[in-house]
Design a protein around this ligand. Structure first.
Ligand code: AGP
Length: 614
């Protein structure tokens, strides 16, 4: 949710911290701050609002020093303000903390500190950590020993980093529970920390990832790791292959637009190497370790996910049930662990997540694991927590997704779920080999077909400009495109702040029809598939009540003409792949409406990219 960075080495820390924060700003953007330590002093600069505000403060005031930490905030406790921005400092102003997550017992911890004379200057839960640390440092402990004394007392979810002039040149970073990743990046005579890979890529590709209950002690020459019980631990150094250029805007107005246009490539990369030419079978790499006997015996699959990823999972349920005949359910991850889910022997739980750091999804996975389920994760971010705790992992290969609104990761999820359904079907003997080959061959046409949809962008932009002032929108879908309707509504809501609902066409008559009037644009996904006639009837119901229908229809569909006020054309494909094509115009519609309304497309208000708090 929040982003954290840190640097220690021979270079000036401030520009490096600001650069790292730029790469992490998508995680939180209510306020930001840095702390730089030099010769017995600590300089803290903070500003409310976007990072540009902090940049102005930094250029006006500056701060010299070779060790520092920085933070970009997504507020949980305490409104967005300069006072509540991180880093927070102790009473003497010599020790600083940055934090991602929530310290749930902060009130109980704060009361005795206040009674003991500590002065708090923010409304945050975070500040308590630095005052507790102050007590430990006063007792003459090193920064890491002080942190190890404090961290077990913090309840809830947290990733933290500390610096102090009492123990100069050192950063101590910690990960407690699932909240927020902490990555250590290794340089030459310098080292870094960050909550996400893109913040480190321009400096190093050699990284280590903290797991729950671990701290890293980072100086310019050395990095060591300890568990919360103080024992030294060894961590592997991994080499990350991500390309920093891929994380830049490359001439597009927004990351979202760039990521929408990257979808053909994301799909190609998801398919690459996953169909064995000689046998026509789907193969995943060595990160999927389940054997055929296990696959044949799976009695049930539960998908767990949040937001857009949960819409992909709904499509996944449809695909797996249709092709592999395994009963599936889709669980909103934030509800899963609170309702005593039943796990049966041999059950597979499939987590779907772009970031691999969504705390609700991680908690659902933990619950499933506790009950003995096998865990498979479809995830985009390599090295993320979800990928590390899973038995089996399918990486999405969508490339870094920076815009808060998920687009290319969503289509990569759809493609990988399609491959996964065929994979299961082939091993369970529920699909005819010729049908499997046809399905897979069709998937390889997707990049070209998505390109064709993208060429419709000028028309979709004009349409967006006609409807950008609407106050409500309705999205209708049926069958495999019911989740597409949910996703279209979510994209519009999060980007444009227009209220929108996604509904299964058949549900209209059970209540939603009451909303229809001439002010309500209704986007209907009306493709020439097994439910075409049904959705057409729903469109008629809307028009009979003076509603305005915007149809997403196939490019060879003549029957639709005259049955909708607006028509967006997309090519035909296999029915089970339609969601991949049908979502693209809805992404573009949401993007252009939001842009026309002057909204901050890449960083919508009140949202963050990786939701690492409950
Ligand atoms: C998508 O546009 C949203 N920003 C959000 O719903 C997102 O999909 C959700 O928070 C899940 O994130 P994850 O895929 O990283 O787990």
């Amino acid at each position: 949710m929040c982003g954290i960075v840190g640097y220690t080495g021979p270079r000036e820390a401030l520009p490096l911290l600001m650069n790292g924060l730029r790469r992490l700003e998508y995680r939180g953007y209510d306020s930001a701050g840095v702390a730089v330590q030099r010769d017995g002093t600590l300089e803290v600069l903070r500003a409310e609002g976007k990072l540009d505000n902090l940049a102005s403060v930094v250029s006006a005031k500056g701060a010299a020093g070779h060790t520092g930490i920085g933070h970009t905030r997504w507020a949980t406790h305490g409104r967005p303000s300069e006072q509540n921005a991180h880093p927070h400092v102790d009473c003497g102003g010599v020790t600083a903390v940055i934090h991602n997550g929530i310290i749930e017992n902060f009130e109980a911890l704060k009361a005795p500190l206040v009674a003991g004379g500590h002065r708090f200057s923010s409304e945050t839960d975070t500040e308590v950590a630095v005052h507790l640390l102050e007590e430990e440092l006063k007792a003459g402990r090193s920064l890491e020993d002080a942190a190890l004394a404090v961290l077990p007392r913090l309840e809830g979810a947290a990733a933290l980093a500390f610096i102090s002039v009492r123990d100069p040149g050192k950063i101590v970073a910690a990960r407690i529970s699932n909240a927020g990743g902490v990555i250590v990046g290794y340089g030459e005579g310098e080292n870094f920390i960050a909550s996400d890979i893109p913040a480190l890529l321009e400096h190093t590709r050699r990284m280590s990832f903290l797991d729950h209950g671990e701290i890293a002690v980072v100086t310019k020459d050395a990095v060591s790791f300890r568990a919360l019980d103080g024992k030294t631990i060894e961590k592997t150094v991994e080499t990350i292959a991500l390309d920093p250029i891929a994380a830049a805007k490359s001439g597009y107005k927004h990351f979202m637009l760039k990521e929408i246009h990257e979808q053909p490539r994301a799909i190609s990369d998801s398919l690459l190497g996953r169909v064995e030419r000689s046998t026509g079978r789907v193969v995943f790499d060595s990160n999927v370790r389940m054997d055929d006997a296990f696959v044949r015996a799976i009695p049930r699959i539960s998908f767990v996910a949040c937001g857009t990823a949960s819409h992909a999972a709904l499509v996944g349920k449809y695909l797996v049930e249709r092709l592999a005949r395994v009963p599936c359910d889709v669980e909103i991850a934030s509800e899963y662990r609170y309702r005593s889910p039943v796990i049966v022997p041999g059950q597979l739980v499939v987590a779907v997540t772009q970031s691999g750091e969504t705390v609700d999804t991680l908690a659902a996975m933990e619950e499933a694991k506790r009950q003995g389920a096998r865990l498979l994760t479809l995830v985009n971010v390599v090295g993320s927590q979800a990928s590390r705790v899973s038995d089996d992992v399918v990486f999405l290969h969508a490339g870094p997704e920076i815009s808060v609104a998920s687009t290319k990761a969503y289509v990569a999820m759809l493609v990988d779920l399609y491959l996964f359904a065929v994979y299961l079907a082939q091993r369970r003997g529920t699909i005819d080999p010729t049908r499997a080959r046809q399905l897979l061959a069709e998937a390889f046409h997707l990049p070209t077909l998505v390109d064709a949809v993208l060429r419709e962008e000028p028309k979709i932009r004009s349409l967006a400009y006609r409807y950008y002032q609407a106050r409500n929108f309705l999205f209708l879908g049926r069958g495999v495109n019911y989740p597409t309707a949910l996703e279209g509504a979510l994209k519009l809501k999060e980007l444009s702040y227009i209220h929108a609902e996604g509904t299964a066409g058949g549900e209209m008559k059970h209540g939603t029809n009451a909303l229809i009037d001439q002010e309500l644009p209704v986007v209907a996904i009306a493709l020439k598939d097994s439910v075409y006639k049904k959705i057409r009837s729903n469109m008629e119901e809307v028009r009979a009540r003076a509603g305005v229908v915007i149809a997403v229809a196939n490019d060879d569909d003549e029957e639709i003409v005259g049955r909708a006020e607006e028509i967006i054309r997309i090519p035909r494909t296999e029915e089970l792949l339609e969601p991949v094509l049908a979502v693209v115009p809805l992404q573009l519609l949401a993007y252009h409406i939001a842009d026309r309304r002057g909204n901050d497309v890449d960083q919508p208000r009140n949202l963050a990219k990786a939701v690492t708090v409950e």
